[in-house]
Design a protein around this ligand. Structure first.
Ligand code: XBP
Ligand code: MG
Length: 257
């Protein structure tokens, strides 16, 4: 029985990376007079590092024109990240980032059926707030019983901390919940906390091998292309009944290429 859904943000609620965070990082580089630009492919490789500030620091290790001292690098990463988050909020407010199809429907359906919901993300709280405020209005936090963000944990995904903290906030055991994720790191984080996880493939993790999901498919908007195939056909999208059915058949945990 699913008591709560735990949502990842970037890649799952919205395709926010390529046209959101990436563009905002590039604007931050420009604003500080830096010649660095992250193209779509390079950003895809950098996404293996979770956390925007951590991503900046990792990229600096391969740039000869980055500050040499660790303290200076950290200060630059902090300032770039602060500016990036501002540009990201601008992009969201301008309508550049849409919720993925089927997401709003499932959030509404879960709320109507009394299933609690939470956010479990490595993203900064300001970015979650910018996105969800734009999509659901200023009282968006009322839709979520718990919201755990990047700054709330000492170690980001794939570390399971974010999920453990969300479970504590909900006062539920892992098997009473279900996570929705898009990346191998997110799946590892959920699994590390023993939370069953369903994967909706996103642009940047379209072909990665995902281990241990209870179901994987192209998105919540369609019943096509899912493994295992959804059985509880009550709509043309993935519904709470489909999630409950996969959750009940959890012995199907396996590796999807
Ligand atoms: C995605 C991330 C984040 C975002 C950028 O997290 O790794 O770092 O790319 O956000 P998730 P910040 O899929 O768990 O939502 O710059 O705020 O880190
Ligand atoms: Mg994600």
């Amino acid at each position: 029985m699913i008591e709560a859904l735990l949502w990842d943000v970037d890649g799952t609620l919205a395709e926010s990376e390529r046209d959101g965070h990436r563009v905002a990082f590039n604007r931050a580089f420009e604003a500080l007079g830096l010649p660095w630009r992250w193209d779509v492919a390079h950003y895809g490789a950098l996404l293996r590092i979770t956390g925007g500030r951590e991503r900046l620091l990792a990229d600096m290790t391969s740039r000869a024109d980055a500050p040499q001292l660790a303290g200076e690098r950290e200060a630059l990463a902090r300032e770039l990240h602060r500016r990036k988050n501002g540009f990201y909020a601008d992009l969201v407010a301008a309508g550049a980032i849409a919720l993925r199809e089927g997401v709003a429907e499932l959030i509404d359906e879960a709320a109507a059926r009394g299933v609690r919901q939470g956010i479990a993300t490595t993203t900064s709280r300001v970015n979650v707030d910018a996105l969800l405020r734009h999509k659901f209005g200023p009282d968006w936090p009322r839709r979520f019983a718990v919201v755990v963000c990047g700054e709330d944990v000492s170690s980001k995904k794939p570390d399971p901390q974010v999920y453990r903290q969300a479970l504590r906030g909900l006062a539920l055991g892992p098997l009473q919940t279900l996570a929705i994720e898009d990346s191998p790191g997110g799946v590892a984080a959920a699994r590390g906390a023993e939370v069953p996880v369903v994967v909706t493939r996103s642009t940047y993790f379209a072909h990665d091998t995902v281990e241990g999901a209870i179901a994987i498919g192209p998105g919540l908007h369609t019943r096509e292309g899912w493994r295992p195939a959804p059985r509880a056909a009550t709509a043309s999208r993935i519904t709470l009944d489909d999630l409950a059915d996969w959750h009940a058949r959890m012995e199907l945990v396996s590796q999807f290429g």
